[in-house]
Design a protein around this ligand. Sequence first.
Ligand code: F6P
Length: 361
Amino acid sequence: MAEAKRIGLLTSGGDCAGLNAVIRAVVERAVGGYGWQVVGIRNGTDGLLTRPVAAEVLELSDFTGEIFRRAGTILGTTNKGDPFDYEQPDGSRLDLSDRILEGLAQLELDALIGVGGDGSLQILRRLALKGGINLVGIPKTIDNDVGATEISIGHWSAVHVATQALDHLQPTAASHSRVMVLEVMGRDAGHIALTAGIAGGADVILIPELPYRIERIAAKIEDLKAQGRNFALVVVAEAVKTEDGEAVRTLQAGGKQTYGGVGHYIGQRIGEATGAETRVTVLGHLQRGGPPTARDRLMASVFGVHAVDLIAAGRFDRMVGWRNREAIDVPLAEAVVRYQAVEPEGALVQTARGLGISLGD
Ligand code: F6P
């Protein structure tokens, strides 16, 4: 059994609801349970690039019973690229991995817990292998696309916000006899769109895993009209492409392209095809900032405790997860190679079809 006494903790990649609950769980288990020290590293791997390293010891007294109820991460995070190939302000690229590992060495850690999505966990694993770091990963992402676990922290809170958005759109849609299009996040996976679409009573759900045709969507809306319905709710995942297969992107200041905008394309096409008055809502980062749902707080607690227990048992290069009502752990390598998109024949797709929801195909 490894005698870990001082462990590092960082959150990396896009934030989501439930990260503070993970931080709290790790501190409770490691400090309260084992009497270890937990060093919180600021802003993901960015905190390891500054000198002195941006990190501080986290105490039980830092967690007063309020923080875990809030979204965001008290440690800060970064999703700005790959430290092995880091873009500099002048456009050149640098490998900063040695500097990060030197920063980690300065912290004199026995082990590191990295909370991240598939991209961040992949990077952290590469760093750990290069620097001989005892790493344990915790999956978080609203997109729920990390392989080998049924759930990642943040997903259910995002689904909750998207479901509430549909609850809020339905009355105004019905009052004005409109088609409401809701664009949700999820990167290349349609989990948020499909899950919230079912929960929120959508009539049409478009996900990147299934091709669609505008005429099929229009037919569904005409059907609803023929049945006496005066409104329709359409949910679109942000990575859905145009009917011709073109990706829709938003250009951010500085030149970075992000997902966003396909909702407007779909809304316009539906309007043209049906003559219906159409309005579009892009839900965006609201899906990341609301209070974590009970399920996310629970998973955060399970994952935080299990990750610390793995360190106590000297089991590294693993990711914690949740499967069949059990906390599990799997080799990190297995988790990061298995991208989890929506299964086109899976239970939720079948459920949507069973409810008469159009998937556009
Ligand atoms: O991966 C999480 C996520 O919220 C995606 O769903 C979304 O496409 C992306 O991050 C947004 O990133 P940013 O915060 O950089 O705009």
